[in-house]
Ligand binder design. Structure first.
Ligand code: T6T
Length: 319
């Protein structure tokens, strides 16, 4: 990640990008949540450092129906050169984002991608780049963490947000793949989809706890899923008995880690995603043609042993 950032900085310098051709960037994340709030901090920091303007609009809820009209209004403004966005559906957002490109706006996707995420050989090629987590690998890491915490056997349950979203889909896929291949004595239930509603996630997890009294673990694939799953486990008085793995390092997830309810927290790097996406826009505007079409920003794996280590705790979403 730092090698890529350094290469971009160098390329920008050699193209005179510090003089930053006056560009205006639209930032359109997926929903209001701590993950995208941290990403916005990264976007704004880069905009300040590089002297560009950013217009941010945050959808109040997740979904194509909410994100598309906001995108359309950004396009209609007529003054944006780039849009940095997290598409809320890997197929349904292709059309609206292609319309933005046809209107002369370049697109960078962060956190989630379009199509299969391969912008070189895949079906969708128009975005400049995908900058985000390798979520399939994140799902694998989560599965190994949960399997270890439950002693390699028992039943576990996945609570997720919505189908057809590249990020959580990758997490579910990687999680199931590891359980199938490496842990024959672990049975996986779910996913249930909570539509980014933590209360729904709590209800769904509570129903599974009721139905499966021997449930050993839960994987919450994002902020809302992990929050809801953790609450259900606490409400049932099963903290420490049913292990929870939480994707996304919110303060709440860390609180549950410290209380022994959550066993592992996977922190993504939303600040880096936002910062680098702005760098890419500025570099592209300066004529850099060698930008990578995919950048994986990595993770910090947080557990009870390392949570106070400043090298790790700096990745907790401080919003
Ligand atoms: O987990 C993040 C993000 O990576 C995902 O695409 C959607 O949900 C979050 O924003 C967390 O709420």
């Amino acid at each position: 990640m730092f090698a890529v950032a350094a290469a971009v900085t160098l390329a920008m310098a050699s193209h005179g990008a510090h003089a930053a051709a006056k560009i205006k960037i639209g930032f359109l994340p997926g929903v209001v949540d701590p993950f995208y709030q941290v990403m916005q901090v990264g976007v704004e920091a880069a905009a300040k450092d590089l002297g560009v303007d950013v217009v941010t609009q945050v959808p109040p809820t997740w979904g194509v129906d909410v994100q598309t009209p906001i995108l359309d209004s950004m396009v209609a403004r007529g003054d944006l050169n780039y849009i940095i966005t997290a598409p809320t559906d890997k197929d349904q957002m292709i059309g609206p984002l292609k319309a933005a490109v046809d209107a002369g706006i370049k697109v960078i996707t962060v956190d989630t991608f379009l199509g299969d995420g391969d912008y070189v050989n895949g079906p969708v090629k128009f975005p400049i780049s995908y900058i985000g987590s390798d979520n399939t690998e994140g799902g694998r890491i989560s599965a190994r963490g949960l399997a270890k915490a439950i002693g390699g056997k028992g039943t576990v349950y996945i609570n997720s947000t919505n189908p057809n979203v590249s990020s959580v889909e990758g997490r579910e896929k990687g999680f199931k793949e590891v359980m199938d291949k490496e842990y024959p004595n672990i049975k996986v239930l779910g996913p249930d989809y909570n539509l980014d509603d933590p209360n729904k996630a709590t209800q769904q997890t509570a129903a599974v706890l009721e139905r499966e009294p021997a449930l050993a673990g839960v994987f919450g694939t994002n902020v809302f899923s992990a929050q809801g799953a953790g609450a259900a486990v606490v409400n049932a008085g099963l903290g420490g008995h049913v292990q929870v793995v939480a994707y996304d390092a919110t303060k709440l997830a860390i609180e549950l880690l410290n209380k022994g309810v959550v066993t592992l927290v996977l922190a993504q790097k939303p600040y880096d995603m936002g910062y680098m996406a702005v760098q890419f826009a500025v570099a592209d505007a300066a004529g850099v043609t060698s930008l990578p079409r995919r950048v994986e920003t990595g993770f910090a794996i947080i557990n009870k042993e390392n949570v106070t280590d400043p090298a790790i705790s700096r990745f907790i979403y401080q919003v």
